[in-house]
Design a protein around this ligand. Structure first.
Ligand code: ADP
Ligand code: MG
Length: 255
């Protein structure tokens, strides 16, 4: 059984100016422990797709299944990390990391202990009682990730997780995040408009058409079996071939 499955999913937004078709007839199967990247032009419906999987919005047509069960509203199994880190400036790092648990009423001595351990493991041990403005962009991103992981989702939805970081940071934070997600054994669906990022992290890259978003193609990234890190993957000769193929698809008809 697929971990996540979309069957003929379409989504129209109702606006004052009429209906906007954001997603049209998307079919996608994602197996347990896959890391799938979704790329596409701005406005093609990438965030909409994640919101559909998270249960925040309901499809206009079709079905979204997680573990074979129809998604109806947000569920504990699915963690959603939004584009901005949304850390609360007035809460300490520890309290920010505990927020998801707090909202779910699952803040217990044991879960607090677990979060403290995760902060330590991921290089934030000394920062529990600091506040977000005292941290670098990469550290903040790790806090947001720990907050999402704290509630033990099986599936993680990441919406342009590195877009607020500059290029150098993006590379190293991406490297760290992939390591964390592999250790934690998650199924990951990551939206990005950065092709190298998409290819270097994922075992499959889904290319979407401009709005209304449909799936244009799916690329199996064979290098991902070799146990390489994202930075090492970028050094592989095959990397360029994937990059070029996906770039051409994204830019077809745009010239
Ligand atoms: P992406 O994440 O790929 O940039 P989105 O999923 O955010 O794209 O949006 C897809 C399309 O739907 C865009 O044209 C956007 O303007 C429109 N859209 C997104 N959210 C809403 C909304 N709440 N109401 C109306 N239109 C929306
Ligand atoms: Mg978006």
């Amino acid at each position: 059984m697929a971990k996540v499955e979309l069957i003929d999913v379409s989504l129209n937004y109702q606006t004052l100016g009429g209906e906007i078709a954001a997603i049209e007839n998307v079919n996608l199967r994602i197996e347990d422990l896959e890391f799938v990247s979704i790329v596409g032009q701005s406005g093609c419906g990438k965030s909409t797709l994640l919101s559909l999987i998270s249960g925040l919005i309901k499809p206009s047509r079709g079905q979204v299944l997680v573990d074979g069960i129809k998604v109806s509203g947000t569920a504990k199994k699915v963690g959603y990390m939004l584009q901005q880190d949304y850390l609360f400036e007035w809460r300490t790092i520890l309290d920010n990391a505990l927020l998801g648990l707090e909202i779910r009423g699952e803040k217990t001595a044991q879960s607090v202990q677990e979060v403290k351990e995760m902060l330590r493991t991921y290089g934030l041990g000394g920062f529990e009682h600091h506040y977000p403005p005292q941290l670098s962009g990469g550290m903040r991103q790790r806090v947001a990730l720990i907050r999402t992981l704290a509630t033990h989702p099986d599936v993680l939805l990441l919406d342009e997780p590195f877009s607020a970081l500059d290029y150098q940071n993006r590379l190293s934070v991406g490297e760290e995040v992939v390591k964390i997600l592999k250790e934690q054994k998650k199924t990951v669906i990551m939206v990005t408009h950065d092709i190298p990022e998409a290819v270097s992290m994922a075992n499959r890259v889904v290319v979407m058409t401009p709005r209304p978003g449909t799936i244009k193609s799916v690329h199996e990234i064979e290098m991902c079996d070799q146990g390489l890190s994202p930075l090492q993957t970028r050094e592989e000769p095959q990397f360029r071939e994937y990059f070029t193929a996906i770039w051409k698809e994204l830019n077809a008809g745009a010239e």
